[in-house]
Design a protein around this ligand. Structure first.
Ligand code: AMP
Ligand code: MG
Length: 484
């Protein structure tokens, strides 16, 4: 058997071929002194890539886009987007490239994409670069999201470029290689719709159907069925975020994937002390993307998506609006169904406990957690101990909880069910920061250890106690900065 080479990796150029109007052929900037900082071995294996190859110089050249198979046609993707509510007609991959699509051994197609690979024609005032801290942050948070069974893009590797990147100070540059079931965004449709080229829009919609919702192709109205499928997928996705206390941080329409995967991990974080209004991003002054706003923001983004599809939904403009509005009207029901069924499991309740009983019980509990700023993750995990009849742990010492717990216990919660859905380990903000700070200075061990812990979030292990608790008292509010 011959050793693998970059040339032997079959990378298709399907998006580039089918949608050239949305793809600017471009090459990655070659890193002066590349060094592999993180490699996702389980993901490499799932993709059918040889981890030993990816670790060697040729593999690292592949992971930075410096050495690609002849079949590859790397492109910067064009898209528009509503950023904090304001429309930008021309965003696009300013510092990213779609290298192409890989088929894994099970036959599933994945985009292989780089972030921080140098300026493209969409870079505007940006330098096209990324730095080590935020790229490792995307690696660990996306890996945690995946381990929590939430649909997400995945991080394959982070390579330090050996180039200094000017931010507030000079920081080490990095390239992230990631995979996604595709990088089609609501913003991709906004871009196509804004061209006024209906056939382009149709090709984009058909490409999305083919890749993500093949059943829609045989529906009576395929493009309406595409919209309905995305509404359902996004409702479920955001419900899953809410159930683990995830705050995406920058839910612009260009950061919402048609596939229903979590995408573009920038200033995201998990809540520690529960707060409906939790905001971590330093630039989200109005709290537009606060924890508790995420469900309505997703609905708003879907309305923008619907607008792009109207010309495909019906030739009659009024009827198209009517149909799209009706389909969007299903969002809240999908969201509630997903959230209630998730809460039923978090509370260990049987399927026989009705939605009408679960919803107020869960809402009341969240309000108690909010009023008392209780650590969200620790609370749910500790609650299983109460279901088992143990003493009430410290995290549950909340006045008024006694009465709530009495009503909950009367419903015979199953602690085993709770332990399967309530994580012990999430990427705690203070531990992420600690790991990234030393990684930026060249010490990778805390980062590697954190990744190992969050890969098995439900499996409590001795010796890992410090990974299971919130920030120490007095560490102040946590703030994240956009993925620059
Ligand atoms: P994001 O907030 O990361 O989703 O990015 C929003 C837009 O800004 C996208 O079009 C990015 O490609 C672009 N962008 C972000 N950072 C840079 C950078 N350093 N250089 C060029 N473009 C960038
Ligand atoms: Mg983005």
């Amino acid at each position: 058997m011959t050793a693998p080479t970059a040339a032997s990796i079959a990378l298709e150029g399907r998006f580039a071929r089918e949608l050239p109007e949305l793809a600017v052929p471009w090459r990655a900037e070659e890193p002066p002194a590349p060094q592999l900082l993180a490699l996702n071995e389980p993901l490499a294996t799932d993709l059918g890539l040889d981890a030993d190859f990816l670790r060697c110089a040729d593999g690292i050249a592949f992971l930075t886009g410096a050495a690609l198979p002849d079949t590859a046609t790397p492109v910067a993707q064009a898209y528009s987007g509503h950023q904090f509510g304001a429309f930008s007609p021309r965003l696009g991959d300013g510092r990213a490239l779609l290298l192409g699509e890989l088929t894994d051994p099970s036959g599933t197609l994945h985009d292989l994409h780089l972030k921080g690979s140098g300026p493209t024609p969409f870079a505007r005032a940006g330098d096209g670069r990324a730095v080590v801290g935020p790229m490792l942050r995307e690696f660990v948070i996306s890996e945690a999201t995946h381990a929590l069974r939430i649909p997400t893009t995945r991080s394959l590797a982070v390579v330090a470029t050996g180039r200094g990147v000017q931010r507030e100070s000079l920081l080490p540059g990095a390239v992230l290689a990631r995979t996604a079931s595709s990088h089609l965004r609501v913003g991709s449709f906004q871009f196509a719709a804004a061209t006024g080229d209906r056939e382009l829009l149709r090709r984009l919609a058909d490409h999305a159907i083919d890749r993500h919702y093949p059943d829609a192709a045989s529906a009576e109205h395929p493009h309406l069925a595409l919209f309905e499928a995305v509404v359902a997928a996004q409702a479920k996705l955001v419900a899953q975020w809410m159930l683990v206390g995830f705050v995406h941080g920058v839910m612009n329409t260009d950061n919402m994937a048609i596939s229903g995967e979590t995408i573009d991990f920038g200033p995201c974080a998990f809540v520690d002390a529960f707060d409906h209004a939790a905001v971590f991003s330093s630039i989200d002054h109005q709290g537009r993307y606060a924890y508790g706003n995420q469900p309505v923001i997703a609905e708003w983004n879907l309305a923008r998506f619907a607008e792009t599809l109207l010309p495909l939904i019906d030739d009659d403009a009024d009827r198209a609006v009517e149909r799209a509005t009706e389909a969007l009207g299903e969002y809240r029901a999908h969201y509630s169904a997903a959230w209630i069924s998730g809460m039923r499991m978090k509370l260990g309740l049987a399927a026989t406990v009705t939605d009408e009983a679960v919803a107020p019980l869960a809402t009341e509990l969240l309000n108690l957690l909010h009023e008392n700023r209780v650590d969200f993750t620790s609370f749910f995990r500790a609650l299983a101990g109460v279901a088992r009849g143990g003493d009430r742990p410290a995290v549950l010492e909340v006045e008024a909880l006694g009465e709530w717990a009495g009503r909950w216990l009367a419903l015979s919660p199953d602690a085993g069910v709770m332990d399967r859905v309530n994580p012990v380990y999430i990427p705690r903000n203070h531990l992420v920061e600690e790991a990234l700070a030393v990684a930026t200075a060249g010490e990778m061990r805390p980062f590697d250890a954190l990744v190992e812990v969050i890969r098995r979030p439900f499996d409590e292990r001795p010796g890992l106690e410090r990974y299971a608790v919130g920030a120490p008292d007095g560490s102040g509010p946590y703030m994240t900065f956009c993925g620059t």
